[in-house]
Design a protein around this ligand. Structure first.
Ligand code: ADP
Length: 248
């Protein structure tokens, strides 16, 4: 049973758009505490897969299990976020006019309005949590800086911190190091490695050096299905993988 010990199990998932199969009987599982990288050429179905997991797209058939019992295909997008799945899109979305600290305070406040959460005083526990989050995302020194003035990499880390404030069990990250400098990419690798274990992570990424530096196991998607799975070295040596990357 491939579901045993899995935080996420996609079972035979198919998604069609006007007869075109963006996902074609996709079966894939991620272990609890695992950091999995997903690679694959453009059009492979990576975004569609994340849309299915987060409830943005409903599959034509198949199931998506979160833990052992919850079928995500029966839940709405906001419910899935509440269940403990955080998604980060490529472009950082932080409150640019507010400080790093206040961005994290808002994320901790969750559903309350911006106005209500800024007016209410933080509890000691919330202050401690913000301190921990700042240390995790390495922005302690920048906590009073306006988020709009951060570097691109720092904004990405802040957004990861805002997701972590909601204590997700599973984090889905879409090209987290796109546009980063080499130094920022390296720091991001360190950050994600510290999250592994405590959280499960699914990272879609094109930067193969980065993938090699964080992932034990890599899944290659092509034409809506899993083409290969294994270490980066294994999948890069796989002729079918080489073909889908070169043959387009
Ligand atoms: P990837 O993220 O791996 O580049 P996508 O999941 O974005 O792949 O897309 C997979 C395929 O599905 C592509 O051929 C894309 O054109 C198609 N597709 C994705 N979303 C839609 C949509 N809403 N309507 C029609 N076709 C779509």
């Amino acid at each position: 049973d491939t579901r045993h010990g899995a935080i996420l199990y996609l079972d035979d998932v198919t998604v069609s758009f006007d007869g075109f199969r963006a996902l074609n009987k996709l079966t894939l599982d991620i272990g609890v505490g695992e950091l999995r990288c997903i690679i694959g050429p453009n059009g492979a179905g990576k975004t569609t897969m994340m849309d299915v997991i987060t409830g943005k797209t409903r599959p034509d058939s198949g199931s998506v299990f979160f833990g052992q019992t919850i079928d995500l295909t029966r839940h709405t997008e906001p419910e899935i976020a509440q269940l403990g799945i955080g998604r980060k899109f490529q472009k950082p979305t932080v409150f640019e006019a507010m400080s790093v600290h206040d961005n994290l305070a808002l994320a901790l406040a969750g559903n309350k309005s911006v106005w209500a959460s800024l007016r209410s005083r933080l509890t000691g526990a919330q202050r401690d949590r913000i301190g921990e989050l700042l240390a995790t995302i390495r922005l302690t020194e920048q906590h009073q800086r306006q988020a709009g003035l951060l570097s691109h990499g720092q904004k990405q880390w802040l957004e990861i911190g805002m997701l972590l404030a909601q204590e997700p069990q599973l984090l889905l990250l879409d090209e987290p190091v796109a546009g980063m400098t080499d130094a920022e990419t390296e720091k991001t690798a360190e950050l994600l490695l510290t999250l592994k274990g405590k959280h499960s992570l699914m990272v879609v990424e094109h930067d193969m050096d980065f993938v090699g530096s964080i992932a034990q196991k890599v899944t290659v998607l092509a034409e809506g299905s899993v083409l290969a799975e294994g270490s980066l070295a294994q999948v890069q040596a796989d002729e079918r993988v080489i073909e889908v990357y070169l043959g387009r």
